[in-house]
Write a protein that binds this ligand. Structure first.
Ligand SMILES: Cc1cc2nc3c(=O)[nH]c(=O)nc-3n(C[C@H](O)[C@H](O)[C@H](O)COP(=O)(O)OP(=O)(O)OC[C@H]3O[C@@H](n4cnc5c(N)ncnc54)[C@H](O)[C@@H]3O)c2cc1C
Length: 509
């Protein structure tokens, strides 16, 4: 490149950080602009009463060496290598009327244990675990945008999918529908409750298969450490970072069809040759571009939330003394509890004792509880805020959940302390994510998997990236779309795209 071009990135979540690093690796100057004092966005952790609380990673797809995502995580220094990853023993244990069903990471153990619970379900149990094994066999080609994939890679991927008909079967099957094929009530309960509401069997098995494949571990030190690793590397490469700097507007030269700069809320204007909007695209299109550009495929989904639910949550954090031994996360039935608009019939207690240095002090361990919420729940929380009953409701839910933990584990009487409660409103306020959704649209039996090319019609040098660019979203999509935005810019600039290590080896990506 003769003259270094400047990329302005709005949003320093995982996606923005990844774009920033990869752009620097490819010879661009980068200014990364973040509204909050810390980088990380939804991939976050915070402190209460001196204890670190993690606000994100339950499993990180791509934490096993040898796959594309692992290379992409390590290239941006999210973690060094597998030494920084903790593999959990299971995806969770589900207790129903005295029977415990565990989704063990060790698939042989899980299969045998389930059959011992219900011999008459052997055929269905084998079918379930065979599908999980199928999913482990087909990693998605994620290194490049779909449109850039060489035909051979695309055909090989399609060939593998055809060889595994379970993929198509699970896309049109709900977890509830699949569970009904089992006879034992505890197996039915576990399969219905293992993932949020309307998600299809595909999403559930995909997530579980990352665990059984040792590819869904958690980073040692938590989410905050992981994003700080990325930030440190970004700064080391010479990237510029502005925090506490909300962007108010993207300025566009309509005649030339280019975005010229962004204006911050403090009035400062920052110019760029390219702009990557690495935040919720609904916010970018409605607020930063003042609703003047079409939303394409995104538009249809955002307003039709009955068909395309956005998963949100209430996230509770506890300090628990003398937590009984056992397998966690532990999910159990409860006396129904209203959270937002939803009546919740079970809770899942996640002990973070797997990372002792980060979460255990004396005999007190940090535990969290994620309660699923959807679009209508978000509106309920917003209403509570208006009525000024928001805080009371948070406290009520926390105390009701603490009571239910003690009912399940009576030895914990007097030993559960609530440290924090976050609601869909918290996530919305913090990151501008639509309706407090913490992941992209759910992949259900009623919709299709979607992926956006990140372009805005009428603005040639603006690229959208982030978790919302594809369903079902999450960290792998935040990361990969961050890379893809830079790949698109490289192609426009006629630059041979390469990563740091590959550049050193003089090898094309
Ligand atoms: C409780 C919880 C648990 C989760 N668990 C998992 C998990 O186990 N595995 C998984 O894969 N994913 C998980 N996720 C989802 C994951 O965190 C997100 O998908 C991912 O972090 C999204 O990254 P992003 O960069 O696309 O978006 P964001 O993190 O939303 O980044 C956007 C950034 O833009 C900033 N921004 C917004 N508006 C402006 C503005 N006007 N000006 C400047 N900056 C702005 C925001 O502050 C933010 O930093 C979880 C999320 C939550 C909340």
């Amino acid at each position: 490149m003769n003259e270094r071009k400047n990329i302005v990135i709005i949003g320093a979540g995982v996606s923005g950080l990844a774009s920033g690093i990869v752009a620097l690796q490819n010879g661009f100057d980068v200014t990364l602009i973040e509204k909050n004092p810390l980088v990380g966005g939804l991939c976050m952790g915070w402190y209460r009463r001196g204890r670190y609380l993690d606000g994100c990673i339950h499993w990180l797809t791509g934490s096993k060496s040898g796959c594309d995502l692992y290379d992409m995580w390590t290239n941006v220094h999210a973690f060094r290598d597998e030494r920084d990853i903790i593999q959990l023993d299971s995806f969770g244990t589900f207790e129903y009327q005295g029977t415990k069903v565990t989704f063990w990471r060790d698939i042989t153990r899980a299969r045998a244990e389930w059959i011992s619970i219900s011999k008459e379900d052997t055929k269905m149990i084998n079918k379930f675990f065979d599908i999980v094994e199928d999913f482990m066999a087909v990693p998605a080609p994620i290194k490049q945008p779909v449109a850039y994939l060489p035909l051979s890679v695309l055909l090989s991927f399609i060939g593998k999918i055809i060889k595994h008909p379970s993929y198509l079967y699970t896309m049109r099957m709900s977890c509830e529908g699949f569970a009904k094929k089992f006879k034992h009530p505890a197996l039915r309960w576990a399969l219905t409750h293992v993932q949020p509401g309307p998600g299809n069997l595909f999403s559930m098995i995909y997530s579980y298969s990352t665990i059984t494949d040792n590819n869904g571990g958690v980073p040692r030190g938590g989410s905050l450490k992981m994003v700080n690793n990325m930030k440190d590397y970004y700064l080391e490469l010479g990237g510029k970072l502005l925090v506490n700097s909300p962007v108010e507007k993207i300025n566009v030269d309509k005649k030339k069809k280019v975005a010229t700069s962004v204006t911050l809320e403090n009035g400062k204007v920052i110019e760029g040759d390219y702009i990557i909007a690495s935040l919720d695209p609904n916010f970018t299109l409605t607020k930063l571009l003042n609703n003047k550009y079409p939303k394409n495929s995104f538009d249809k989904r955002i307003y039709n939330y009955k068909k395309n639910p956005l998963p949100g949550c209430v996230l509770l954090q506890f300090e628990i003394e003398d937590l009984p031994e056992g397998n966690y996360p532990l999910s159990f039935e409860i006396e129904p509890l209203k959270v937002g608009k939803t009546i919740v019939d079970h809770l899942t207690l996640r002990s973070h004792a797997y990372d002792k240095d980060t979460y255990v002090r004396d005999n007190k361990v940090i535990c969290s509880m994620l309660i699923d919420q959807y679009d209508e729940d978000y509106y309920e929380w917003k209403k509570l805020l208006k009525d000024e009953t928001y805080k009371d409701e948070k406290n009520r839910i926390a105390s009701e959940c603490a009571k239910r933990i003690v009912k399940q584990l009576p030895s914990l009487e007097g030993k559960v302390t609530v440290l924090d409660v976050a609601t869909p409103w918290t996530f919305k306020r913090y990151t501008n994510t639509t309706r407090g959704g913490y992941m992209s649209f759910m992949f259900t039996t009623k919709n299709d998997m979607y992926s956006s090319d990140g372009r805005v019609m009428g603005i040639n040098n603006l690229y959208l990236s982030g978790n919302f660019m594809a369903s079902p979203g999450g960290l792998p999509f935040a990361l990969s779309t961050g890379y893809h935005a830079v790949q698109r810019i490289c192609r426009r600039e006629n630059i041979k795209y390469a990563l740091a290590t590959q550049r050193e080896l003089n090898k094309e990506y």
